[in-house]
Ligand binder design. Structure first.
Ligand code: ADP
Length: 455
């Protein structure tokens, strides 16, 4: 018998006692049998009263539970009061748990939203349950309007449809992104993962840069192999000739000279490749090491005049070379960076001007300060000039406008790529202006932050 039964029994005993006492006062000489009947009647009435109060309390609790918005529970005593308190506590805990669950779900969705990859959650019918903004952009979805739309209706790419239909999601699919244009292709790696009951997670990664880097690597290896194969083929041809043919001394010497030329060409190529890889792998030149511009230009002039002497052995007329006078350079200050790298870049521009400008042509070297505080180094020649359509590609590795002229003059096709790299490392910019048939100007602009004491 619980607390409830005990209370009912107590009410009934109280009812019986009250009825008996009252009856004894009203009828003093009633028989014992009558007194027992009255006490029983009292107990019966008290039981009914107890039941009515109990039902009323239960009704109040039920009325409170039936409300859609549960406010404060009614103040009840006894079992129903305790039931109300316990229910209120239980409800509060459930609401708290639901809120915590919602918060956790929101946190997970925020994390997926922040992912650099596209994420789409699909239900068992392949309808979009949720997608992040990146996926919406990659596939052209509207993250809200397209919810519960079948992905098959939204992504019409035949490759995607075939991948989806095959139901083999062990590998990824490479497909074009929705934003892809012929001038700016976008490539996506898409993979589906099953989870839950028939649900799927779709992950989409932008692999455009990766594919481009891979294509560049392949092109580079192919170019290097081609560049090395040509002189090697020539060399082995000469070796075979020397081995098999009875040649006189003059012919032998001529062949050996040609072989030396090819070996030199390969040597230049390997040197340029090593320079490029050194530039790519080494830390940026310090912006606290200062290079004296006057000394730098003096070293470039010495090198250029030496090259000019070598070229005049082959050419009828030397080039007309002009450099800033020592007086003009006396006031010039310093530029921040690596002396060796800057000299190799400037000398490359000078060597190109001399190699491509016909005998007797003019080459003017200048250093000037611009109004915004930057400084400009320029090499202007009176050579053949460059068709504007080639200008943007000149700094690509192995890009040549005139292949035979480049090769004849010992070019590797890497000179301007090295120049561009060195300048990037020094915060400087290369600009090329050229008029076909009249000449070209290659100019380097250094920002004021990398200059000191220049006037
Ligand atoms: P290369 O070793 O072939 O000279 P570069 O990278 O130094 O390679 O130059 C790329 C191409 O730019 C050259 O093949 C040449 O066609 C063109 N070029 C560079 N400098 C000049 C110049 N001063 N005048 C005309 N064409 C030039």
């Amino acid at each position: 018998m619980g607390w409830r039964g005990f209370r009912l029994l107590a009410s009934q005993i109280l009812g019986a006692v009250l009825a008996w006492v009252l009856w004894s006062r009203v009828s003093k000489d009633s028989s014992l049998a009558w007194q027992a009947v009255v006490a029983l009647l009292g107990a019966w009435l008290a039981g009914w009263i107890w039941w009515a109060v109990d039902s009323w309390n239960a009704g109040r609790l039920l009325a409170w539970l039936r409300q859609s918005e549960l406010g404060n529970a009614p103040e009840l005593s006894g079992v129903w009061g305790e039931a109300g308190v316990r229910m209120r506590r239980w409800l509060r805990q459930s609401v708290h748990q639901v809120q915590q669950g919602d918060q956790r779900l929101n946190d997970i969705l925020s994390a997926l939203q922040a992912s650099p990859n596209g994420v789409v959650l699909l239900d068992a019918e392949n309808r979009i349950e949720w997608c992040n903004q990146i996926a919406a952009r990659q596939f052209g979805f509207d993250a809200e309007r397209d919810l519960l739309q079948s992905i098959g209706n939204l992504v019409r790419d035949p490759e995607f449809s075939a991948y989806f239909a095959a139901q083999d999601f062990s590998g990824d699919l490479l497909m074009q992104g929705r934003e892809s244009t012929p001038s700016r292709p976008v490539r996506l790696s898409v993979q589906l993962y099953g989870y839950g009951e028939g649900r799927k997670l779709l992950l989409a990664r932008d692999v455009t840069a990766l594919e481009q880097a891979e294509a560049m690597r392949r092109d580079f290896v192919a170019n290097v192999s081609h560049e090395i194969r040509t002189p090697l083929t020539v060399l082995s041809g000469f070796v075979e000739t020397l081995q098999n043919l009875p040649l006189d001394a003059a012919e032998r010497n001529r062949y050996l000279g040609l072989m030396a030329q090819q070996a030199e060409r390969m040597q230049h190529l390997v040197e340029d490749l090593l320079t490029l890889s050194r530039l790519e792998g080494s830390p940026l030149p310090s912006s606290k090491d200062w290079v004296c511009v006057a000394q730098l230009l003096q070293r470039c002039e010495d090198e250029a005049r030496g090259l000019s002497v070598m070229l005049t052995r082959k050419q009828a007329l030397p080039h007309v070379l002009t450099f800033p006078s020592p007086e003009a350079l006396a006031e010039v200050g310093d530029v921040a960076g690596s002396s060796a790298e800057l000299q190799s870049a400037f000398s490359n521009l000078l060597a190109n001007a001399m190699r491509y400008t016909p005998a007797g042509g003019r080459i003017d070297v200048s250093w000037s300060m611009l109004a915004d505080g930057s400084a400009r180094f320029a090499v202007k020649d009176s050579g053949p000039g460059i068709d504007p359509k080639h200008v943007a590609r000149l700094t690509e590795r192995f890009y040549r406008v005139d292949h035979s002229r480049s090769r004849d003059t010992g070019g590797t096709g890497l000179g301007l790529a090295i120049v561009k790299h060195v300048l990037q490392r020094h915060g400087a910019k290369l600009s090329v202006s050229s008029v076909q048939g009249q000449g070209s100007e290659f100019a380097v602009t250094f920002p004021p932050s990398r200059l000191r004491g220049l006037s």
